[in-house]
Design a protein around this ligand. Sequence first.
Ligand SMILES: C[S@@+](CC[C@H](N)C(=O)[O-])C[C@H]1O[C@@H](n2cnc3c(N)ncnc32)[C@H](O)[C@@H]1O
Length: 275
Amino acid sequence: MNYRHAFHAGNFADLVKHAALLQWLTVLQTDAGPLRIIDTHAGSGLYDLRGPQAQRSGEAQAGVMRMMGASDLPLALDGLAQAVTAANDGSAEPWLYPGSPWLIARALRPGDTYVACEMQPQEHARLTEIVGDRPGVSTLCGDGFAQAATALRPKGRDLVLIDPPFEKADDYDRIAVLASEALAQAPQTRFLIWLPLKDLETFDAFLRDLEDACEPAPMLVVEARMRPLGDPMKMNGCALVLINAPGGLEPQLQAAADWVTAGEAGGQARVWSLG
Ligand SMILES: C[S@@+](CC[C@H](N)C(=O)[O-])C[C@H]1O[C@@H](n2cnc3c(N)ncnc32)[C@H](O)[C@@H]1O
């Protein structure tokens, strides 16, 4: 397992994912009932943008650095920009980027809980340092797909974030299997799935499998294409699939993805319902 999110933290894809995560959490928290969030691939929680890995990739420049310097930021990215400012002790010139654990732990209300799974022991140790002592938070070192499968509850309000590195070919299949098993036991379970966009064939095949596995749950797809999907060896964009999302999120998701993709000539965003 070679993947380290520190190379990619705060890039365009993190903005799309984290804006959607915060938007959805806000909607879910308008209901007073306790919420549980399961993060199958949590990462370490907070990333040093001045560290060697971030500096080597430079990916944050077109992502969080562009966002924090923008004068035309849509409301849809405002929550994320505020969280980045808070992670940097109030400074709008960030040197830290908050990952999903930091963002989720900060958003929990009394009674809400968060289970963060991370397989890589060093990343897990750092994750525990960053969020482990926050109320309602537990961290687990191990395989997030397996941990989430054992945590399923027939009733209850669960949002499962699935954000694998896609280093292994079976990540796509494991997402579909987990979602299918979860929805069979607990049809109300919500999923936020992140995917790289490399080539259309892989993307289409995954969506078809997911649709078969999860029918009749409603699904929303967010596509953020930074360039045409010509070279399958490159990450040409990213996508999200939201399962069991409430109606009404689409305009905010579109606005966030529009702003992010406008950072590249030829970038394009689309939000559409699957099925
Ligand atoms: C894309 S990063 C997660 C980023 C994080 N969700 C965020 O938004 O800030 C993927 C993480 O999954 C971890 N990982 C890889 N395979 C895993 C598995 N089977 N179960 C749990 N974690 C895994 C990697 O070590 C890496 O830290």
